[in-house]
Design a protein around this ligand. Structure first.
Ligand code: HEC
Length: 129
């Protein structure tokens, strides 16, 4: 019966693909990848550049910095008074959901929710100085 054989092959392929996917994913969870974080940062770079007149404040050295503290950047009142230190936990919460973390801030960004991307982005930001 040729049908039986051709029915098996796609199933086996699926199992193999699932195995590959799981391997790739557990690897991402094990070690944050700053190189991939640099790619994720492209979502931020258009606004957070070092150019004068950039829409957002520079994120160089942001890890460990006080919120609202870039000299010369005109923050919203909400961000100016947020009184946070951008440690990993605060950054993670803010980037995942900016309005929930700092209500009324004016970063026009909806949030980055993929946990692997968030890990990698923060790993990149730690080295971004
Ligand atoms: C469309 C423009 C835009 C994009 C895209 C954007 N931001 Fe922002 N970001 C801003 C603005 C504007 C502010 C200042 C908010 C305020 O003053 O209320 C800000 C503020 C911040 C702050 C606080 C900085 C400080 O000095 O206190 C962090 C951290 C931050 N953004 C991270 C990110 C990250 C990470 C991404 C990408 C995942 C991102 N932003 C994407 C515009 C943007």
């Amino acid at each position: 019966m040729p049908n039986k054989e051709s029915g098996l092959a796609p199933g086996a392929l699926f199992v193999a693909a699932l195995g590959l996917w799981l391997t790739a994913n557990s690897h991402a969870a094990a070690a944050a990848n700053a190189d991939h974080g640099k790619v994720v940062f492209q979502n931020c770079a258009a606004c957070h550049s070092d150019k004068p007149g950039a829409i957002g404040p520079s994120l160089r050295g942001v890890v460990g910095r006080k919120s609202g503290s870039v000299e010369g950047f005109h923050y919203s009142g909400a961000m100016a008074h947020a009184n946070l230190t951008w440690d990993e936990a605060n950054l993670r919460d803010y980037i995942a959901n900016p309005q929930a973390k700092v209500r009324g801030n004016r970063m026009p960004y909806g949030g980055l929710t993929n946990p692997g991307d968030l890990d990698d982005l923060i790993a990149y930001l730690k080295d971004y100085k």
